[in-house]
Design a protein around this ligand. Structure first.
Ligand code: PLZ
Length: 457
């Protein structure tokens, strides 16, 4: 039991998925931020570049189950999982044990210098659990953006073509190429250009706003691609099966399969960016499974290693093998500690009921958010799958996005000890990405705080 847990022995709940035995409760002993948190926020302002923001002004000292505990002793309900990373729960005991064992063995050799087994085992696991029965290979990297960069490199090398199409509302990272792929200027791109060339953007299916049938929306996108790029020039199409940062936009049925079929018919590599949607989050191991599509390449990161930095590109063996030996790599890619964590996390995803748990959480979120929407016309749309759900806030009279209301609700939630994240091209979406280790009663309590925040806004 941790020191914090020991101070509150009567409230410790053994959450089904571990965590460091923290009391599973919302507990506010100071206002947010408390004095110790404020001290850290002040030091941050002095020492850390202003460009690196934060959502909650807290000084985190422990996390697990469904809570984050701060230095003042406040316990906040976590409905964000550090942006969909700690899906199996923070400091999951299996991850902790695997990391501790590996870190004492060796911390780094560089896989390109002296290979080790865990990297190969992670590749084997990814090849097995990603969509499709075809022969697959994988390569490991450090961050989501790096995985996306490499997927594009591989697709270009395989096809001998250069152009890449991304979609409205898409988010793929903050490096130069991935900024070019990302749709939204503020805060991701503004002032950071020039951006990589040969990147084009197609319209997305956004049922709440375009009211289009999925196949019709796909044909619109394909027409833009054919007219503005041309299949002869196009190496790859990259898309998040459910847009994450862009607003948890679930495309209408038929949209993704129609795009995939067009790619297949035109020698274009279809890349699914499952960095946010992957690993049981949506109630399937990968969101591609929700839509019945099989990507040529799939990028993963976030949930893959229970909080340690790791990312991957997985896909058709003949595409993955297109890059010459030595053409892919990086000093830290597939670090042994991150790989040990990933093997433990993947074991949890496959064997500890994570998909079922994501569906249970999805049912609770659908229920509670649906009831809120029925009672409040400022919620224009509730959407998502599993433990990846969102509410889109609008002006009821016009249907226009209401970013101010969204920010106000999120701010109140955090002040009340519930960490929620916003997203959306128009900044008018609150997304719910709880760790799957959150107990039901804590999730309900968190959603009650959201409802009260909305009522008072
Ligand atoms: N692709 C679909 O969601 C990361 C970014 C938060 P990195 N999303 C959270 C922020 O403001 O920086 C993401 C994603 C999808 C790629 C990425 C990039 O992953 O690990 O942040 O590089």
């Amino acid at each position: 039991m941790s020191a914090i847990a020991a101070e509150h022995p009567d409230t410790v709940v053994n959450t089904p998925l571990g965590g460091p035995g923290l009391p599973q409760e919302r507990r506010l002993v100071t206002s947010i931020p408390g004095p110790r948190s404020q001290e850290l926020i002040d030091r941050k302002a002095q020492a850390v570049a202003a460009g690196v923001g934060h959502t909650a002004a807290v000084h985190a000292v422990a996390a697990g189950g469904g809570v984050i505990v701060d230095a003042d002793g406040n316990s906040l309900i976590d409905l964000g999982s550090g942006i969909a990373v700690t899906t199996i729960g923070n400091a999951h005991p299996k991850v902790v044990a695997a990391v501790q064992e590996q870190v004492a063995q060796f911390t780094h050799t560089c896989f390109m210098i002296a290979p080790y087994e865990s990297y190969v085992s992670v590749a084997e696991a990814l090849n097995r659990i990603t969509p499709g029965e075809h022969a697959k290979k994988s390569a490991l990297f450090n961050s989501g953006a790096e995985a996306v960069e490499n997927a594009v490199k591989i697709a270009r090398k395989f096809t001998g073509k250069q152009a890449v199409v991304a979609f409205d509302h898409g988010y793929h990272g903050r490096t130069n190429l991935t900024m070019a792929l990302t749709a939204k200027s503020m805060p991701y791109k503004s002032g950071f250009g020039p951006f990589a060339s040969e990147i084009y953007r197609a319209p997305l299916s956004y049922p709440f706003r375009d009211r289009l049938d999925g196949v019709v929306a796909a044909k619109k996108a394909i027409s833009v691609i054919e007219k503005q790029v041309g299949a002869d020039n196009l190496a790859a199409v990259i898309i998040e099966p459910i847009q994450g940062e862009g607003g948890f936009i679930v495309p209408a049925d038929g949209f993704l399969p129609t795009i995939v079929d067009w790619c297949r018919a035109n020698d274009v590599v279809f890349i699914a960016d499952e960095i946010q949607t992957g690993f049981a989050r949506t109630g399937e191991m990968f969101a591609s499974d929700l839509f019945g599509i099989v990507p040529d390449l799939i990028t993963t990161a976030k949930g893959i290693a229970g909080g340690l930095p790791l990312a991957a590109v997985t896909g058709r063996a003949e595409i993955m093998d297109a890059a010459h030996t030595g053409g892919l790599g990086g000093t830290y890619g597939g670090n042994p500690i991150a790989c040990a964590a990933a093997l433990a996390a993947i074991d949890v995803f496959e064997n500890d009921g994570m998909i079922e748990r994501a569906r249970e959480i999805g049912a609770i979120l659908t229920d509670r958010l649906g009831a809120l929407q029925a009672a409040d016309p400022r919620i224009g749309d509730v959407r998502g799958h599993g433990a990846m759900m969102a509410a889109e806030f609008v002006d009821p009279a016009t249907g226009e996005p209401d970013a101010a209301l969204t920010a106000a609700v999120a701010k109140t939630c955090i002040a009340q000890g519930v960490i929620v994240l916003t997203c959306g091209t128009y900044g008018n979406v609150i997304r719910f990405l709880p760790p799957l280790s959150i107990p039901d009663d804590l999730l309900h309590e968190g959603l009650g705080v959201v409802a009260a925040a909305l009522a008072s806004a």
